[in-house]
Design a protein around this ligand. Structure first.
Ligand code: HEM
Ligand SMILES: *[C@@H]1O[C@H](CO)[C@@H](O)[C@H](O)[C@H]1NC(C)=O
Ligand SMILES: *[C@@H]1O[C@H](CO)[C@@H](O)[C@H](O)[C@H]1NC(C)=O
Ligand SMILES: *[C@@H]1O[C@H](CO)[C@@H](O)[C@H](O)[C@H]1NC(C)=O
Ligand SMILES: *[C@@H]1O[C@H](CO)[C@@H](O)[C@H](O)[C@H]1NC(C)=O
Ligand SMILES: *[C@@H]1O[C@H](CO)[C@@H](O)[C@H](O)[C@H]1NC(C)=O
Ligand SMILES: *[C@@H]1O[C@H](CO)[C@@H](O)[C@H](O)[C@H]1NC(C)=O
Ligand SMILES: *[C@@H]1O[C@H](CO)[C@@H](O)[C@H](O)[C@H]1NC(C)=O
Ligand SMILES: *[C@@H]1O[C@H](CO)[C@@H](O)[C@H](O)[C@H]1NC(C)=O
Ligand SMILES: *[C@@H]1O[C@H](CO)[C@@H](O)[C@H](O)[C@H]1NC(C)=O
Ligand SMILES: *[C@@H]1O[C@H](CO)[C@@H](O)[C@H](O)[C@H]1NC(C)=O
Length: 501
């Protein structure tokens, strides 16, 4: 056969038999998987060598064995969540056995040189229902995980009539997370899974998320820069100024610092993945901040400026990411986008009374509710409640018609993902014990109210006014939970040796 015929035949063969030809094409000059620090405000990632030469709380982390999204997730250009039900455990396991060994992306892959990056990363996590379906029956030691998120919905303050039907009940067995720079590539990876898994599974729900365009890259749909204040774990690179450093076991099961000591051995290096589809009502948020625009102490703000200040006080950061604790009067994008500066605060200032002073940041602000840095700095809280967020926005940009009508017409929001070793300490404390609790942070002598962004219950919030902290605000609910599930993202060895066994 002449060479050109051979090539043509080979190409045709590949095109037919391998829908995932892309697997075999490593990226060259055109990156297909952009990794941090790809977005404003994020610090650099360590190299594999740096992590391995340090001691992660005396544990040497096997980076090749830990799913990449857990520590390197943050934001992705495109991320496809494929929620599935297992129909035939035997058939599912036989595919999983090979797939997990070869195609689940580890931390070390994500930390390796760009030329060694795959076109997409693939991670995989199971719900309790999925573990049970696969015959993994050991008690993993997390009761809210075992019960599933649907049974936790009312405790979290969700109205389950807003839940996507796919999340109601315990029908979702697992989720594949596929991240890339191109929708066409995530789609190819999904198609590959469909081909490999055939009748062994049914996809019950998909969600496509993506980084927002242009200057909004890295910002969530309300407009605020997100993903800039994750904790890190001991030994995983140098901490940024002000960044929390926690024991590996706060994030990874069975590592130093994991407060649960009775886990099965296969749980080592896995992490609980809390998924929530959080719808955001952006035009409604914009209208509310305009209608309730506040004044500063000089009394010289326009309505637009007062709305911007109110929004910043609801979040605790300006849209650029600048913390209001460091820049209370005006946004400062230099401060917001510099990872050496944008975490270096803890609400403590000389001469300021921590129980009453909300001049810089309300006690109820989203970032202060979900990470009360002053309480931790004062030794009133341990570091048990930290978790790593790795969500990405979903849905299109707000249209002119939506803006001018002040009404959301198309679904958009946050595909919220958070990793921790104990769901009740991480996500559940942040949402239920803190954001939803009108009296948190404790040790304050002002009324606080709910987190004005994510608090659920009677949405009364105080402290938003810069001139009268006792003024109460009845804040419209701009973030609506459409449901979710609690998953466990096992180590790659556990996927192969336990889940696929
Ligand atoms: C649509 C819903 C949400 C939006 C728009 C949102 C937005 C933001 C923004 C803009 C920041 C500041 C950027 C940063 O610190 O990285 C932030 C921080 C944070 N959020 Fe959210 N968030 C949402 C839901 C949640 C939920 C459900 C939780 C947990 C229950 C949560 C926990 C946190 C935590 C822990 C921080 C870091 C605070 C700090 O360390 O200073 N967020 N969020
Ligand atoms: C690491 O080991 C040293 C020496 O054995 C010990 O003092 C220290 O507490 C350990 N650190 C952690 C986080 O376990
Ligand atoms: C499940 O898959 C196995 C292995 O592919 C196959 O032998 C078996 O017939 C399937 N069971 C059903 C009920 O389809
Ligand atoms: C997926 O696994 C196959 C081997 O089964 C390998 O050739 C390919 O490079 C892998 N792809 C990725 C993205 O890891
Ligand atoms: C998920 O996406 C695939 C590929 O686009 C599509 O064929 C399928 O219908 C979707 N499934 C669900 C339940 O949305
Ligand atoms: C790790 O797992 C083993 C069982 O394999 C258990 O004996 C040990 O207590 C666990 N350690 C932690 C820190 O959870
Ligand atoms: C408002 O007044 C203060 C104090 O005089 C001044 O520093 C600030 O620049 C003024 N702000 C605006 C928006 O005019
Ligand atoms: C903005 O923040 C940077 C970094 O902290 C600081 O150097 C600069 O003076 C600030 N700009 C203004 C206008 O406050
Ligand atoms: C939208 O809200 C703004 C601020 O309250 C208001 O000025 C405007 O009239 C509203 N538009 C409509 C169509 O209701
Ligand atoms: C402050 O918090 C600590 C720890 O929860 C608590 O013991 C103490 O009573 C609190 N003090 C006040 C004044 O609320
Ligand atoms: C502050 O707001 C509270 C509650 O609305 C009100 O009772 C009080 O009079 C206000 N104080 C001032 C100084 O305006």
């Amino acid at each position: 056969m002449q060479l050109k015929h051979f090539l043509a035949a080979t190409t045709a063969f590949l095109a037919i038999s391998q829908p995932t030809l892309a697997y075999h094409v490593k990226r060259s000059n055109h990156a297909m998987l952009t990794l941090p620090p790809a977005f404003p405000g994020q610090g650099p990632l360590p190299t594999v060598a740096q992590v391995q030469s340090s001691s992660a709380g005396n544990d040497t982390l096997p980076l090749v064995n830990i799913q990449g999204d857990i520590l390197v997730g943050m934001k992705k250009q495109k991320e496809l969540f494929v929620f599935f039900h297992i129909n035939n455990a035997t058939a599912f396991k036989s595919v999983l056995k090979t797939y997990a060994a070869t195609n689940i992306t580890s931390i070390s892959t994500l930390l390796s040189a760009p030329s060694a990056q795959p076109l997409a990363f693939v991670n995989l996590a199971f719900s309790q229902a999925g573990m049970t379906a696969l015959g993994v029956t050991d008690d993993i030691g997390d009761s809210v995980f075992t019960a599933g998120q649907f049974s936790d919905a009312s405790a979290l303050g969700d109205d389950t009539s807003n839940w996507e039907s796919a999340f109601q009940g315990t029908n979702i067995d697992g989720v594949f997370l596929i991240g890339s720079d191109e929708d066409t590539i995530t789609a190819q990876y999904q198609a590959d899974l469909e081909t490999k898994l055939g009748d062994a599974w049914t996809v019950v729900y998909n969600l496509t998320s993506s980084v927002r365009p242009d200057d909004e890259a890295g910002h969530e749909h309300f407009g605020y820069l997100d993903g800039i204040s994750n904790p890190t774990i001991t030994g995983f690179g140098d901490a940024l100024p002000g960044q929390s450093v926690v024991d590996p076991g706060i994030i990874l099961a069975n590592r130093t610092g994991d407060p649960v000591s009775s886990r099965p051995s296969w749980a080592l290096d896995g992490s609980f993945l809390v998924f929530r589809k959080l719808k955001q009502l952006v035009p409604e948020f914009n209208k509310w901040t305009l209608d309730n625009a506040i004044q500063n102490s000089a009394g010289n703000l326009t309505t637009e400026e007062g709305a911007t200040l109110l929004g910043a006080r609801m979040f605790g950061r300006w849209k650029s990411g600048a913390p209001i604790d460091l820049s209370p009067d005006a946004d400062n994008s230099t401060l917001g986008t510099d990872p050496e500066l944008n975490n270096n605060f803890n609400y403590i200032h000389t001469g300021s009374d921590l129980t009453t002073d909300e001049s810089r940041c309300p006690f109820s602000a989203h970032v202060r509710k979900t990470n009360p840095r002053d309480l931790e700095a004062q030794g009133l809280l341990t570091d048990l409640n930290h978790a790593i967020r790795a969500g990405t926005p979903y849905g299109p940009e707000v249209t002119d018609a939506e803006s001018s009508s002040n009404t959301t017409q198309t679904d958009r929001g946050l595909a919220f993902v958070e990793y921790q070793s104990v769901i009740s300490n991480g996500f559940r404390t942040q949402q239920l014990i803190w954001a939803n609790n009108a009296n948190f942070p404790f040790n304050k002598s002002e009324s606080i109210g709910l987190d004005p962004v994510i608090g659920q219950g009677t949405r009364i919030t105080y402290g938003l006014s810069e001139t009268n902290y006792s003024e109460s605000y009845s804040v419209t609910q701009f973030v609506v939970s459409n449901g979710g599930e609690y998953f466990f993202s096992p180590s790659i060895t556990a996927l192969v040796e336990t889940f696929a066994a």
